[in-house]
Design a binder for this molecule. Structure first.
Ligand SMILES: *Cc1c(COP(=O)(O)O)cnc(C)c1O
Length: 348
């Protein structure tokens, strides 16, 4: 019985994409194996990115959202880990596009490039400027921006890691020990999400998304120095708030009680996109329904990401463009078109 349960948990029955990217080339999913000794400890120093690509059915185009901003942040995370730049983010950028084309996705996708020390260097050893390797996976992930509902949140009893402990601005796998305790704790206490305070008792972020409040016609959010990840979605929302809703944005310290009295609270991040928070610590936020500003932001973000707002075209990178695949044989055409690039491994 127990054994059957374990097998159910460990053996994924999910269909997987045809290709992933590893060590400079496209690899068929089943063939992407490494030696057992190179797993686990290598992950301690690994850094990653989470990126979305949105499918526009009428344009028959898949667009990566904020690809350059994600590459810039990946470079920052690699620098903080003192990784060598034997693989450049220009290489990773191209690889992301090649991988999406190879899988010929015609739906919303989540892409995750992961950079780790090559040669199986375990993460507990201090190393300087050692070469890195890249693994990139992509999977279908439908946008939830049109979902109606909101989520409940509780202030977590776990505090956010501090910059003199494990830098929160690095998008590092190890930071996710902090991040995973929070939703677990939230679930135990009957909430959907947990929001963390920092060591000074101020609001930081949720486990993998940032917090924005709407109060008296202004958007308010904790600053980078509160110990948040430098969220790209948060920056995009600032732009939409200022340009489209003419609403001022204030980055400043936020107390937990300010969440209780806010007109609206939302969580934002690439995977979560924009989620209204309707209860915090069982205080009703606003009237307990997703608020009008949050709703507008969801709709604006979706339109911008799907390429329906020309002013935000610079946020998007077209995956197919002139190489748009036919519906039939799409996969083969895409792979043939990118194989050559795929085998070029950038070494400094
Ligand atoms: C990725 C991430 C976020 C959200 O950042 P985006 O760039 O908006 O996706 C927030 N917090 C943590 C800890 C994260 O890892």
């Amino acid at each position: 019985m127990a054994q059957a349960k374990t097998q159910q948990l460990t053996r994924s029955t999910q269909p997987h994409p045809e290709f992933l990217w590893h060590s400079g080339k496209l690899v068929p999913w089943e063939q992407a194996t490494v030696h057992v000794t190179s797993v686990v400890w290598t992950a301690v120093s690994a850094v990653f990115e989470g990126i979305r690509a949105y499918w526009n059915a009428s344009q028959q185009e898949l667009s990566v959202f904020q690809l350059d901003a994600h590459m810039k942040r990946l470079a920052q995370s690699m620098k903080l880990m003192r990784m060598a730049d034997n693989i450049t983010t220009a290489h990773v950028r191209q690889a992301v596009l090649d991988l999406l084309r190879a899988n010929a996705f015609r739906e919303d996708v989540y892409v995750q490039p992961l950079v780790y020390f090559a040669e199986g260097i375990p993460g507990y050893i201090g190393v300087l400027d050692r070469p890195v390797d890249v693994l990139i996976t992509a999977r279908p992930s439908p946008s939830t921006l049109e979902d109606e509902g909101g989520v409940t949140a509780g202030i977590s009893s776990w505090a956010r890691i501090a910059d003199n402990v494990m830098p929160p601005r690095a998008k590092a796998l190890a930071n996710y020990q902090n991040s995973r305790l929070v939703p677990t704790d939230a679930r135990v206490n009957g909430y959907d999400q947990g929001i963390m305070l920092n060591q000074a008792g101020k609001v930081t972020e949720a486990a993998s998304s940032c917090v924005v409040l709407i109060r008296d016609g202004a958007a308010i959010t904790p600053p980078w120095s509160a110990g948040i990840l430098e969220s790209i979605t948060r920056e995009a929302l600032f732009t939409l708030l200022r340009n489209e809703l003419r609403m001022p944005v204030q980055e400043r310290d936020v107390d937990r009680t300010e969440l209780y009295i806010a007109d609206e609270v939302l969580l934002c991040g690439t995977l979560m996109e924009v989620k209204p928070v309707v209860f915090v610590d069982k205080y009703t936020v606003g009237d307990g329904q997703p608020g009008p500003v949050t709703r507008k932001l969801q709709s604006l973000l979706l339109r911008a990401a799907r390429g329906e707002m020309p002013a935000y075209a610079p946020w998007l990178t077209a995956v197919y463009g002139a190489r748009r695949p036919a519906v039939n044989g799409a996969r083969r055409a895409a792979v043939n078109g990118t194989r050559k690039l795929a085998t070029v491994r950038a070494r400094a």
